[in-house]
Design a protein around this ligand. Structure first.
Ligand code: KIV
Length: 296
C-alpha cells in the first residue's frame, strides 16, 4: 500500500500508530520500505550521522537534495519526507517556497519538514499553498541549538509548555499535515496530541503521540557518537558490522579470502593460450630492454 499524507492523516482518526525512521541512502531505504515503515524521513540529522558534524547547522540544500533523491529511488510504498536545512527557509517566505520546491523537484521528496512554530506559520501556509505538504517540528528543534544553549528537553516550565501548545495549534491552523514533537515531557506531548486533529510523531516524547520516529543509526547501535536517552536499541547492528569488518581483515591478511568459491574460472584451453602469449610477451619485452641498454 502506498502511504501518502492522506493515509497518514487517516491513521490518526482510525487510532493506528505511525512508524517513521530517518534514512539517508538508497539501500537502507529499500530495506525500511520492504519492512513496511510508513514514513521515511530524510532528516538533516544526516549532518551528524553521515557527514560527522557536531550539529545540523552546516547541512546544505545540495546535501539534502542528494540524499533525498537516493532515498526516493529506493522507496516504493513509504511517504518520503525531507528536512529543510538550516537557513533554507528562515530568511523569507520566498526562500521557503523556492527551497521546498527544489526538495520536491530535484530531491523527489513527497513532503518537507521544517522546524518552528508561530514564527514560521506564514512559511508553512505558503509552501502548503504551493501544493507541497509540510510536516512541522516543535520541542527540541536542533537548528535552534545555539538559541537554546544546547540540546535540552523542551516544555518543562510554564512558559515553554504554554508556547508549545500555542505553536502546535498554530502550525496545524497554518496547514501542516503532521507534527514532530522532539524531547518533550510525555504528559505534555499526550496533551498536545489530544488537542490536534493532525497526527503527532514523537521522538523522546513518550507513548502518547500518534507515532514514533528514531534516527536509524541510534536504533541499530551504529552511531559512534553519543546516543540520546530515548533511543532504544532494537538490533545491535553496529556490533555485527564491526564483527564482519574484523573477519574480513583477518581473512584478507591470512589469505582465507578469497577462496575458490568467490573467484571466476576459465576454460583450460583459453588459459593455455594465455600462458603461451604471456611467455612470448615477456621474452619480447626482455629483448627490447636489452637492445635499449646496448644503445645507451
Ligand atoms: O533530522 C532528523 O533526524 C529529525 C528527527 C530527529 C525527527 O528531524
Amino acid at each position: 500500500m502506498k502511504h501518502t499524507v492522506t493515509t497518514v492523516r487517516r491513521q490518526k482518526s482510525e487510532g493506528g500508530k505511525i512508524a517513521m525512521l530517518t534514512v539517508y541512502d538508497y539501500s537502507t531505504a529499500k530495506l525500511m520500505d520492504a519492512a513496511g515503515i510508513e514514513i521515511l524521513l530524510v532528516g538533516d540529522s544526516l549532518g551528524n550521522t553521515v557527514l560527522g558534524y557536531p550539529d545540523t547547522l552546516s547541512v546544505t540544500m545540495e546535501d539534502m537534495i542528494h540524499h533525498s533523491g537516493a532515498v526516493a529511488r529506493g522507496t516504493e510504498n513509504a511517504l518520503v519526507v525531507t528536512d529543510m536545512p538550516f537557513m533554507s527557509y528562515q530568511a523569507s517566505v520566498y526562500d521557503a517556497v523556492t527551497n521546498a520546491g527544489r526538495l520536491v523537484k530535484e530531491g523527489r521528496a513527497q513532503a518537507v519538514k521544517l522546524e518552528g512554530g508561530r514564527n514560521f506559520c506564514q512559511h508553512i501556509k505558503a509552501i502548503t499553498e504551493a501544493q507541497i505538504p509540510v510536516m512541522a517540528h516543535l520541542g527540541l528543534t536542533p537548528q535552534s541549538v545555539n538559541a537554546f544553549g544546547g540540546f535540552k528537553v523542551q516544555g518543562k516550565d510554564d512558559e515553554t509548555a504554554v508556547n508549545l501548545i500555542d505553536d502546535a495549534l498554530a502550525v496545524e491552523a497554518a496547514g501542516a499535515f503532521a507534527l514532530v514533537l522532539e524531547c518533550v515531557p510525555t504528559e505534555l506531548a499526550a496533551l498536545v496530541t489530544g488537542l490536534l486533529s493532525i497526527p503527532t510523531i514523537g521522538i523522546g516524547a513518550g507513548g502518547g503521540t500518534d507515532g514514533q520516529v528514531l534516527v536509524y543509526q541510534d536504533m541499530l547501535a551504529m552511531y559512534g557518537g553519543k546516543s540520546p536517552k530515548f533511543a532504544k536499541v532494537f538490533a545491535d547492528v553496529g556490533a555485527l558490522m564491526q564483527g564482519g569488518f574484523r573477519a574480513y581483515l583477518e581473512e584478507t591478511k591470512n589469505g582465507a579470502f578469497p577462496d575458490e568459491a568467490h573467484g571466476f574460472c576459465i576454460d583450460p584451453g583459453v588459459m593455455g593460450a594465455a600462458r603461451e602469449h604471456a611467455g612470448r610477451a615477456a621474452a619480447g619485452a626482455r629483448t627490447k630492454k636489452e637492445k635499449e641498454t646496448q644503445l645507451q
